[in-house]
Design a protein around this ligand. Sequence first.
Ligand code: NAD
Length: 420
Amino acid sequence: MSRLFTEAKRRLKTASKYIDIDPDVLEKLKYPQETLSASLLIRMDDGSRRSFKAWRCRYDDTRGPTKGGIRFYPSVCLDEIMALSFWMTFKCAVANLPFGGGKGGVAVNAQKLSKSELEKLSRTYVKAFSKFIGPDRDIPAPDMYTNSMVMGWMADEYSAIVGQPSPAVITGKPLELGGSQGRKDATGYGGYLVIRHLEKEFELHPKKSSVIIQGFGNAGFHCAKLLHQDGYKIIGICDSKTGLYDKSGLDPIALYDNKIKLGALFNQYTPPSVTQMSNTKLLEEKCDLLIPAALENQITALNAENIKASVICELANGPITFAADEILAKNNITVIPDILANAGGVIVSYFEWVQNKAGYYWEEDEVRTKLKQRIEPEAHKIWNLKLELGIDMRTAAYVLALERINAAVSAHGTKAFFVS
Ligand code: NAD
């Protein structure tokens, strides 16, 4: 068993010390309920055939159908998918959604595929996993290097396989295929809502606080944009290729527009006041709020001591290791954990699923209001649990989730343990 999944489970062990939990529930949560691996063989544009390894994992469905994204990334492996599906189980419980956790992935550099190769790969993924996923069984969504276009192809393929339109099988779809208003920026918006809701507790101020963001994709860009619009000073942004730093403040909207147009964050329109900086160095620059919004394992025992932010908001899944958490806590750095900070995405995915099932669609304002109504009280509960038990926010979030999973297992009775 490799490291990410083992690391992920250490959070569970820590949280279980603070509540009275049935040991059988901990045993049940030790390994995923089921995983499926496949090899996706597609014909490339040049006529050759290539195969890509792919996985889907349903971690636990005690609270409802499993839910979680599909990631297209070269280093994706089963261990990572298991860790991500474990986190999804707890994230859905933190958000109090009627879902368990799942995740999927393909080991591929999606940026190197043509559009038609990407479509073939997406459709082949669904063919391989069509019996594993389903609107009441396991519901995928976008994650790194997958987007609404990919979700649209996947929903379309699934509908063709089952012989009827089945939009509720996947969320994060284009609006034209049953997507929800407000899904595109939901993860960034959710993180923004949590930051603004607990701003006083974090001692952050829109007109005074500085922010550095690692990862400038769906999650990172939208959060940066909203914070910038409220007056937060975004002093650092990086993507996989480069980092930009400007003490006097960056304009994330202009940077994003230029990145889309020109394909690079640093380009001919980058203002002269901006310094290029490596991803690693940017993480260690002084700021009030640091937002990792790219990959796992970015803050580890090797660099945690160098982090100078006061608050870290984990928009990415698993960007801080267990060992780094301890160092950050010792240095009084508050961490808003991923299972709360980036839950906006799965919350609006839940709204999309509800709309698909009802065949009745909501306006964007309604989606945003409902997201706010759902995420803020959970953020508040986690903050209060932290104070009450004298623990960090991550442990408090796991305590809240574990209590809910424990209650669901007990409500199922022996069925939850597959005892006949
Ligand atoms: P995305 O593909 O839209 O963007 C990823 C960004 O990270 C890109 O800007 C990319 O250049 C950057 N990046 C990649 N490698 C990097 C590196 N080594 N250093 C710095 N930047 C790097 O992906 P996303 O959807 O924004 O997902 C980002 C993170 O947020 C992931 O951990 C994902 O699991 C998590 N997340 C996303 C959602 C969602 O709804 N999109 C929901 C919950 C969690």
